[in-house]
Design a protein around this ligand. Sequence first.
Ligand code: SAH
Length: 386
Amino acid sequence: MRAMSSAKPIASDAVPARVNLLGMPRARLEEFMVSLGEKPWRAQQLFKWIYHQGVDDFARMTDVGRALRERLAACAEVRPPQVAAEHVSADGTRKWLIRVDGGGSVETVFIPEHGRGTLCVSSQVGCALDCSFCSTGKQGFQRDLSAAEIIGQVWIAARAFGLPKRGGQRSITNVVLMGMGEPLLNFDNVVAAMDLMMDDFAYGISKRRVTLSTAGVVPALDRLAGLSEASLAISLHAPNDALRDRLMPVNRRFPIRALLDSARRYMDAQTDVKRVVTVEYTLIKDLNDSVALAHELAALLRGFPCKINLIPFNPFPQSSYERPGRNAVSRFWNVLNDAGYRVTVRTTRGDDIDAACGQLVGSVRDRTRRSARHRAAAPCSREAHA
Ligand code: SAH
């Protein structure tokens, strides 16, 4: 149990709470402006300042009249989460440790590649799903991030790179919800943040370049169909339920067939027919990397509109799993490629700053007691890096 603080809490009505405009859906901001006696289009004006210009100070919003700026400053704010630390890898990958209200922190990673830059965003402090190969899962779960804390990660990264002039080269071309947490278990805030990523008055990133990755929370994925146009990635990692049950406890509730059917419904609800689901498959040595399993995967996905992304396992201290050798990865890749699939292998980036997939831990005040259980069972005693 954590020690209770003896300090007296500050009376919450001492300072009237200001509304945080960051993360607020555009329609809600329009209503807010109307409630201040303003025209709804003021919301677009504010959006451009907040998201295009990265401005958090109303005084700098020079095309907004002074009287309105002062009224806004009295009742509202643009408040991103706090950056606690920033690391830059030798390969140009950047990682921000972002502190959130109530203690705890999450991580956001920017991965520059030829002609594009991908920002990997967190959706929860910790994760409740406890996938056996993921270090975030071993930390347990603390809480959902707010929409402001999710879009705030994009805001912080965009501002760090200097915002592009209109029509200029963008630094962040893609956003993936593949950081800490299970995005579909924080449904409303994730949908609101993704809307802002894709809204032209906010970040205006193409729907093909905003990707939600899920371990397979089927009812939530069904709900998302028709509500969002974001791209979809599913974390499969095994071609049969017996193995997937062992790797991902969520599979016991929502098995592979239910997940693939739901993902297909999601794609069917999209207006453009050419899009495909990304199937993520983390390759773990001697566990799910055999040629036989590659054949089983090829058979399972026959006729399913997808591309396959193989992710060689990224080791972390509390795990005894190992990354397969290059030959094993190639053999697995070959089987799928020969079967006619589009297959990519995710190259590991930001290794030296622990920024690779599954290595993000932030710091989590675990409410599930899972972290203590995993620490007791850990193969070595090095604490998580954060
Ligand atoms: N909860 C979401 C998103 C977070 S993880 C999901 O499950 O999809 C993003 C991707 O990294 C997932 O495919 C996840 O399974 C994979 N991953 C997690 N830990 C990993 C590790 N240690 N090595 C390689 N990939 C990992």
